[in-house]
Ligand binder design. Structure first.
Ligand SMILES: [Zn+2]
Ligand SMILES: [Zn+2]
Length: 137
């Protein structure tokens, strides 16, 4: 059994993996998330200050949910997070569409490109090298 202290409330709890948060705090966070999600859906143009006030969540928490792609803001919303690559304003996730495309592009290229040949040098080369070395003596 893995007993830890909850990161939020400090209570001891039986740790089962994931973030070190006890069941009570997890439930509260989940409830807040549902409330926040609902609020954003009903108030797509609400600024962050309004959401944090109405839903009793921190701006950082909202940002974290956005990064995890659990929350998504509409195009009309004044809220956005910065693309971690280029700083463009995005509505959900960690990267903007362009950077995402660019990344999957270069990833595809990296996969398609064969690894640089690691084959051992042909034996002839070695002999040549030895011969040259000998000649230089
Ligand atoms: Zn707790
Ligand atoms: Zn970007």
């Amino acid at each position: 059994m893995d007993v830890r202290n909850c990161r939020r409330c400090g209570r001891m709890f039986n740790y089962l993996g994931g973030p070190p948060i006890c069941k009570v705090c997890k439930d509260i966070a989940e409830e807040r998330f549902q409330v926040t999600k609902e609020y954003i859906r009903n108030h797509p143009k609400a600024p962050v200050q309004e959401i944090t006030h109405e839903c009793d969540v921190s701006a950082n928490q909202i940002k974290q949910w956005v990064r995890e792609e659990r929350l998504e803001f509409s195009k009309d919303s004044p809220i956005g997070v910065e693309c971690e690559n280029c700083g463009a304003t995005i509505r959900t996730g960690r990267f903007c569409k362009d950077c995402k495309e660019h990344m999957s592009d270069s990833l595809a290229k990296a996969v398609a490109k064969p690894e640089p040949a690691m084959a051992p040098k042909p034996k002839m080369k070695r002999k040549e090298h030895d011969a040259m070395h000998f000649a230089r003596k």
